[in-house]
Design a protein around this ligand. Sequence first.
Ligand SMILES: C[S@@+](CC[C@H](N)C(=O)[O-])C[C@H]1O[C@@H](n2cnc3c(N)ncnc32)[C@H](O)[C@@H]1O
Length: 236
Amino acid sequence: MRLTPPSSTQKGLLQTDQLYEYILKTSVYPREPELLKEIRDLSSTHPRSFMVTSPDAGQFMALILKLINAKKTIEIGIFTGYSLLLTALAIPDDGKITAIDIDRSTYDMIGLPVIKKAGLTHKINFIESAALPVLEQLLQDPENHESFDFAFVDADKNNYANYHEKLLKLLKPGGIIMYDNTLWGGTVVMAAEFVPPAWSEMRVHVIEFNRNLAADSRVEISQLPLGDGLTMCRRL
Ligand SMILES: C[S@@+](CC[C@H](N)C(=O)[O-])C[C@H]1O[C@@H](n2cnc3c(N)ncnc32)[C@H](O)[C@@H]1O
């Protein structure tokens, strides 16, 4: 998701809004698949449209999914289904996505009709639930251990550390996890007194998560300034 940054960082994570527009117009939008654009456009009228994964981060994820030949993936946080569709488009026809969201109503309303039109529903196992119990349930079956190629996490930031522990067990060595919103609108570098209240609670979790991830010897990482900050982890 690309959140609207607080006023003191209105220019986002890049130096200017124009620079971000330039990236979108030059490299991202012209190559964005039509059906993905359809979900983005339909989502734009939703009051929480800011939650949709940024198209630049999405483009990068699609490239990584193809580079690693991802076939079995897991996604936490679906909302309208933008990142879900880009994943379904990137994996092979016999690929499978375990898609988890605590509330499937926006997906049913906005994303699902487009994904049906794309003929991609067979790749998606949507589970409407809080994510943590689903990960715990998956781990009860030894066949799921070290079986996933890729995971995308874009949900409740206070649980990222919990998701990380479970996902490391579910992921194959060499598998990739992407965490969205790891720069939290730029607030990770703000003095606490300037952070708007709506951002402050999760900011603490994001800062702690980033610090722990940097010290985690079980993964290689790269903090990417795409969208609202995307951290890529490779399980060792
Ligand atoms: C930022 S949105 C996901 C955006 C999505 N990746 C996209 O491209 O549109 C976050 C989603 O996480 C879901 N969510 C929040 N807490 C959750 C939890 N504990 N378990 C599962 N899903 C959760 C919300 O319902 C919401 O749809």
